[in-house]
Design a protein around this ligand. Sequence first.
Ligand code: CA
Ligand code: CA
Ligand code: CA
Length: 170
Amino acid sequence: MVSSEYERRIAARFATFDQDGNGYIDRADFSVAAKAVLAEFGTAARSDKGQSVYIGAEAFWQGMAGIADRDGDQRITREEFVNGAVKRLRDNPDRFAEIARPFLHAALAVADADGDGRATVEDTARVLKALGATEEAARTAAAALDTDADGKIGEPEILTAFARYFTVPE
Ligand code: CA
Ligand code: CA
Ligand code: CA
């Protein structure tokens, strides 16, 4: 038996990926995510940064599909997500960091106003909000990402946090 707390967490993770809320994860969800991040910061899709976000989102989708889309129908159902993505990524968080890195790197670059390779906690919260988090959840999560408490979020901090997101024990 799995705990209801575990199921709640899985449901929350699935909802994070199912950006358009149609009950399965597919390529369109990653496009929606890319578009939302760019819109939040007024970044043009055709700019270098914009293209990087779309390319990163496609790579992220391909990586997730490779891990979880068992029947190869280009859709990850909730069942495929739980039995494929969650279990395999929990066993191998580095693999998740690897497939998520291009998208996270590109999203961070969009949020990184002064080009120092890091984004402020506030701008990171805007990214999370664009991806569907509530204002409060986005602020809390962004603050928690700043593990060295310098007020800015760097790529290592984001990757560690995302990997940890999939390694919560049952
Ligand atoms: Ca969807
Ligand atoms: Ca499938
Ligand atoms: Ca920091």
